[in-house]
Design a protein around this ligand. Structure first.
Ligand code: NAD
Length: 362
């Protein structure tokens, strides 16, 4: 029997990777991508899926109760996975309102509809229903020393983005305890891979380098993130949906701590192999010999968390998840993908974003 799943934010970076992943996992699945297509949402990311006949797109806002009601009533899903969010910390510093509207109020609207929908189901279908909220490790705040974020680490968000995501996690928790809504939260570390909007570190630095533009590093470049390939994140979410226990949280991360400086240096090194600076006309025109010579240090992001690192032992032990990409080969493959997909990079930014500095408002 065909099962239908709603994937909100399925035209963005992780959501679109997830759509491809689950269509390959389950040949009977119908996927409804519910996405309002902000600057970060891009239908060509899921063009093949849309052509395949088992995936449809609904252009609407998760904070619109009527649109959400309509999709639940028409599609009768067995699950909803919520990726829809404003996601760039720098933009949340410049303008927090949209983050509260989508990331918090939007989740409230989805939860209210899921609650009403569950009330309309028979007991078996109600028990089987799942609401999976895709959250972030940023809700835990900043780490010092060698500590790791665990599922019971207290929330301490430091940016409007992470605060809006933390609020949504608390709402989901409350709907589980108060209304027995079968919700699950996954908290993942920084993702890398194909289809990421070029405002984020890895595609931004790759594209700037190829165009011989400055490679801006915030502060001293020592901020550490725990990188995970998007494919491993998608596999973790799918496992949590299929096998996870309602009311639980699962941290997902790959034990790949790297400072921003290390990541940027790695990109420069990789580009020297793929598109040597000495043969790049833009680099010649600027009179710069190596991509690494483009690195500049800029004023730090306000409230910039120093270090994130995930303890993923719960999802490993309970659900048997383990990452399949190692960082070194994953980053090589990712940088190649951007180099080979410059048209995609150009189109997705056109008229929306020029890789200018964001998030300096105080
Ligand atoms: P993204 O910015 O690439 O995509 C977000 C998608 O959501 C876009 O397609 C956008 O159009 C859509 N969207 C935004 N607001 C919406 C609304 N109100 N209604 C309907 N659609 C809306 O984001 P991403 O990097 O793919 O992140 C997806 C989710 O994963 C987010 O919830 C984010 O908090 C979480 N997450 C991201 C990372 C990461 O490293 N990127 C890590 C952990 C968790």
């Amino acid at each position: 029997m065909q099962r239908t799943i709603i994937v909100t934010g399925g035209a963005g970076f992780i959501g679109s990777n997830f759509v491809h992943y689950i269509l390959a996992q389950d040949s009977e699945l119908k996927v409804v991508v519910f996405d309002k297509l902000t600057y970060a949402g891009n239908l060509p990311n899921i063009a093949d899926a849309l052509k395949g006949g088992r995936c449809v797109h609904v252009k609407a806002d998760i904070a619109d109760p009527l649109a959400v009601k309509k999709v639940f009533e028409e599609e009768r899903p067995f699950a909803i996975v919520n990726f829809a969010a404003e996601t760039h910390v720098d933009r949340s510093i410049d303008g927090p309102k949209e983050f509260i509207e989508s990331n918090y109020m939007g989740v409230f609207v989805l939860l209210e509809r899921a609650r009403a929908y569950c009330g309309s189901l028979d007991e078996g279908a109600r028990k089987a229903f799942r609401f999976l909220q895709v959250s972030t490790d940023e809700v835990y705040g900043s780490l010092g020393g060698n500590d790791l974020f665990r599922e019971n680490t207290p929330y301490a968000p430091n940016s409007p983005y992470s605060a809006s995501k933390a609020g949504a996690d608390f709402l989901l928790r409350a709907y589980f305890h108060t209304y027995a809504l079968p919700g699950i939260i996954t908290n993942c570390s920084n993702n890398y891979g194909p289809y990421q909007f070029p405002e984020k570190l890895i595609p931004l630095v790759t594209l700037n380098a190829l165009e011989a533009r400055d490679l801006p590093i915030y502060g001293d470049g020592g901020n550490i993130r725990d990188w995970l390939h998007v494919g491993d994140h998608c596999a973790g979410i799918w496992l949590a949906l299929e096998k996870g226990r309602p009311g639980e949280k699962y941290n997902i991360g790959g034990n790949n701590e790297r400072s921003n400086m290390q990541v940027v240096s790695r990109i420069c090194g990789e580009l020297e192999l793929l598109r040597p600076a000495k043969d790049n006309p833009a680099m010649k025109a600027r009179g710069v010999d190596f991509y690494s010579d483009l690195i500049i240090f800029v004023k730090d992001r306000p409230g910039h968390d120093r270090r994130y690192a995930i303890d993923a032992s719960k999802i490993r032990k309970e659900l048997g998840w383990k990452p399949t990409f190692d960082f070194e080969s994953g980053i090589t493959q990712t940088i190649s993908w951007y180099v080979e997909n410059l048209d995609w990079c150009k189109k997705i930014q056109e008229g929306k974003y020029e890789r200018e500095r964001l998030g300096v408002a105080q």
